[in-house]
Design a protein around this ligand. Structure first.
Ligand code: FE2
Length: 147
């Protein structure tokens, strides 16, 4: 099972992104615990829907921040967001259709996100820091704009 605790080497050097990534890991940790304890399927669906919603919101924020900072690797980064969202949607649809979410599938998802943090988000973090871009470009994005 992939580790699901936040650790310092996951930091991308930008507090707002780190806070979002920490929340994603908290949601995944909650799902992992729920699966391990064999929780009610309705609760699992509810928690998984929250993970999908938050992921969509978080990726949209990052895409706005990348656009504001004229980040050159935005396309590749967005492609990876899409890949993760497609996987999340497939698992959520399976859950809705009565299939079980397995610890193995959850582990794969966690691994995908950890790789995303370490490669794509870290690369954007380095770009912001190296170019001394103002963190005001990373101002909070109102969540209601996306739902
Ligand atoms: Fe990202």
């Amino acid at each position: 099972m992939a580790t699901i605790k936040w650790r310092k080497n996951l930091s991308v050097g930008i507090m707002r992104i780190d806070l979002h990534n920490q929340h994603l890991l908290r949601l995944l940790h909650g799902l992992h615990e729920a699966l391990r304890k064999g929780c009610d399927k309705a609760d699992l669906k509810f928690d998984f829907a929250e993970l999908v919603d938050y992921s969509v919101f978080h990726f949209a924020c990052e895409e706005i921040w990348m656009s504001r900072t004229h980040y050159r690797q935005v396309m590749e980064h967005e492609e990876d967001h899409k890949r993760i969202i497609l996987r999340l949607c497939k698992l959520y649809k399976d859950l809705q259709n009565g299939c079980d979410l397995t610890l193995r599938e959850l582990s794969t998802l966690i691994t995908l996100l950890i790789i995303h943090f370490k490669e794509f988000d870290a690369s954007f973090g380095r770009f912001v820091l190296e170019n001394k871009l103002s963190t005001t470009l990373m101002a909070p994005v109102p969540r209601h704009k996306y739902f």
